[in-house]
Design a protein around this ligand. Structure first.
Ligand code: GDP
Length: 472
C-alpha cells in the first residue's frame, strides 16, 4: 500500500506485479529490498534506499565466537483474551524474589527479568498479546526468543489462540504452551491438547516435540515447571551475546514523565550499556543520565537481555525502534535528525488520507470518484448555504458527498469520522476544539477553515478543476 501510494498506482497493480514475479502479497505486507526494486522498475521508478545509507554508518560489527557468552531468553506471553496472560505475568513478577533481595518487582517498565532458584534468568516482555509482538515485528524488531501461549483449559482453542500461534510461527519463535486454569473444576487440559494435535501441533504428552505444561496462574501450580521448560527450550537455542561491546537493543516503551523528562524502557540485546553512553534510538538521541531496573534500583551497567528504563533521551522513541550506542554524540544527533527528516518526508509521501491539494492528482489518475466532506459551521444558515453550493459542484466524474454537517466546533469525533471515511473537514467560522487538531495531525486529516463562503467554494472548485485538468 505504501509503495503504491508513493508511485501513484493502485494497490491492485502492485499486488499483481508481485504475483507475476511469483510472490503472493497482501496490502500491508512489507516487500524486501530486491522485490521493491524490481516492482518499482516495472512502473518506471528507480528505488533509492535512503535509510540504508544512514544506517550504514552504524552498521554492527559481527562478534567473534569466542567473545559470545550465554544470555537469558526473552519471552513474550500471548493467547486469547481472558485466558490468563496478565495473571501469569503478574504471578511470575510477584512471586519472584531474588536471593538476598527482599520485595518483588515494583515498577511496571514494560519488561522484567526474573531469577529462578537455580540462578538461571528469564526476561519477560510485560505487554501480553500478539498485537504488541507484531507491532514490534512490523518495525523490524525481533526481540522475542520464545513465546508462551496461554490457553485456558476450561475453554477452547480460540481465534486469538490460533492467531498467536501463527504469529509465533511466522516469526520463527518456538512455542511453549501453558494450559491454564487447571485449578478449575471445569478444566479439561486433554481436550486442549487434542485440539492442538488436530492442528498438527503435537505436545509432549501426545508424543510430539512441543513443550506444554498444565498450570494455574491463580494458585501458581505448575508455573515453576513451565519456566523450567522455557529454559530447556532456551538451551536448545544457544542464545548468546557479547557483553564487552557498545550496547545495542530495542525500545520497549517510552513516555514523558512530568518530573523526570523522557523515560524509555529499553532491552539491551547485545553489549553493555553504561551511564554516560550516547544513545541513538529511532529518531531520538541523548546521553544516558540514569538507569533503573524493574525494582526501581539505580544501576550503572546493563548487560545482554536486561530491561532497564533510562533517562536522558531528547524524546520518546517508538516501541520497536532499535537503539545503538555511538562513540560520538554529534554523530548520534546527526543520524537522529536525518531519520526524523526522512520520517516526515515519508509520511507526506505515504499519506493515507485525502487533502484538497491531493485531489487533483488523484483524479487525473482516475482512481477518485467521490469527495467526502465533513462540514462544520457557526450557524445553521451558513452550513446550509455551503452544503448547497458544494453539492452543486458535483460533476459526472466526481460526486461531492457531505457525509456529516452540523453547527459547532470541529471535534475529535469529526476527525475520527473523517479518518474512517477518508473525508476532508471544512470549517466555516469554527475551529478545531480540544484534541481535534492533534488527532487530525496524527491521522493526517486535512482540516480547512474559512470565514468567507466564496473562498470555501472557490478552493473546492479549484481542487476539483485540478482533478479534471490536463489531458481529460
Ligand atoms: P488475559 O486477558 O489473558 O490477560 O487474562 P487475565 O489474566 O486478565 O485473566 C482473565 C480472568 O481469568 C481473570 O478473572 C483471572 O482472575 C482469571 N484467571 C486467570 N488465570 C486463572 C487460573 O489459573 N485459574 C482461575 N481460576 N482463574 C484464572
Amino acid at each position: 500500500n505504501e509503495v503504491a501510494t508513493m508511485m501513484s498506482v493502485s494497490t491492485t497493480q502492485i499486488i499483481s506485479a508481485c504475483m507475476s514475479l511469483g510472490i503472493m502479497v497482501t496490502m500491508n505486507q512489507r516487500l524486501d529490498a530486491e522485490t521493491l526494486a524490481i516492482v518499482a522498475e516495472e512502473f518506471g521508478y528507480e528505488v533509492e534506499f535512503v535509510t540504508a545509507e544512514i544506517e550504514e554508518s552504524i552498521e554492527e560489527v559481527e562478534d567473534a565466537p569466542e567473545d559470545l557468552k550465554l544470555r537469558a531468553p526473552i519471552v513474550t506471553v500471548m493467547g486469547h483474551v481472558d485466558h490468563g496472560k496478565t495473571s501469569l505475568l503478574d504471578y511470575i513478577r510477584e512471586e519472584n524474589v531474588i536471593a538476598g533481595e527482599s520485595g518483588g518487582i515494583t515498577q511496571h517498565i514494560g519488561a522484567y527479568g526474573v531469577t529462578l532458584e537455580d540462578g538461571q534468568k528469564i526476561t519477560f516482555l510485560d505487554t501480553p498479546g500478539h498485537e504488541a509482538f507484531t507491532a514490534m515485528r512490523a518495525r523490524g524488531a525481533q526481540v522475542t526468543d520464545i513465546a508462551i501461549i496461554v490457553i485456558a483449559a476450561d475453554d477452547d482453542i480460540m481465534p486469538q489462540t490460533k492467531e498467536a500461534i501463527s504469529h509465533a510461527q511466522a516469526a520463527g519463535v518456538p512455542i511453549v504452551f501453558a494450559i491454564n486454569k487447571v485449578d478449575k473444576q471445569t478444566a479439561n487440559p486433554d481436550k486442549i491438547k487434542e485440539g492442538l494435535a488436530s492442528m498438527n501441533l503435537l505436545v509432549e504428552d501426545w508424543g510430539g516435540k512441543i513443550q506444554s505444561h498444565d498450570i494455574s496462574a491463580k494458585t501458581g501450580q505448575g508455573v515453576k515447571e513451565l519456566l523450567e521448560k522455557v529454559l530447556l527450550e532456551a538451551e536448545l537455542l544457544e542464545l548468546k551475546a557479547n557483553p564487552d561491546r557498545l550496547a545495542t537493543g530495542t525500545v520497549v516503551e517510552a513516555f514523558l514523565d512530568k518530573g523526570r523528562g523522557y523515560v524509555s524502557t529499553i532491552l539491551v540485546q547485545n553489549g553493555t550499556l553504561e551511564i554516560g553512553d550516547y544513545v541513538l534510538a529511532g529518531t531520538c538521541s541523548g546521553k544516558v543520565k540514569a538507569m533503573q531496573d524493574e525494582r526501581g534500583k539505580n544501576i550503572k551497567k546493563a548487560g545482554p537481555a536486561t530491561p532497564i528504563s533510562i533517562l536522558g533521551l531528547d524524546g520518546a522513541p517508538q516501541a520497536g525502534d532499535r537503539f545503538n550506542v555511538l562513540e560520538d554524540e554529534r554523530e548520534a544527533k546527526q543520524i537522529a535528525a536525518k531519520r526524523s527528516q526522512l520520517q516526515r518526508e515519508q509520511s507526506v509521501r505515504t499519506q493515507r488520507h485525502i487533502t484538497l491539494d491531493e485531489i487533483g492528482r488523484r483524479i487525473a489518475l482516475g482512481d477518485f470518484q467521490e469527495l467526502n466532506i465533513i462540514l462544520k459551521g457557526d450557524v445553521d444558515g451558513s452550513v446550509e448555504a455551503l452544503t448547497d453550493s458544494f453539492q452543486k459542484l458535483s460533476t459526472d466524474e466526481i460526486q461531492v458527498n457531505i457525509i456529516h454537517k452540523a453547527v459547532g466546533a470541529i471535534t475529535e469525533s469529526d476527525v475520527l469520522l473523517a479518518s474512517a471515511s477518508d473525508a476532508v473537514i471544512i470549517g466555516f467560522n469554527v475551529r478545531p476544539m480540544g484534541n481535534a487538531r492533534a488527532v487530525a495531525d496524527k491521522e493526517e486529516i486535512d482540516i480547512r477553515t474559512y470565514s468567507i463562503i466564496y473562498d470555501a467554494i472557490n478552493d473546492l472548485k479549484d481542487a476539483m478543476e485540478g482533478m479534471l485538468s490536463p489531458e481529460m
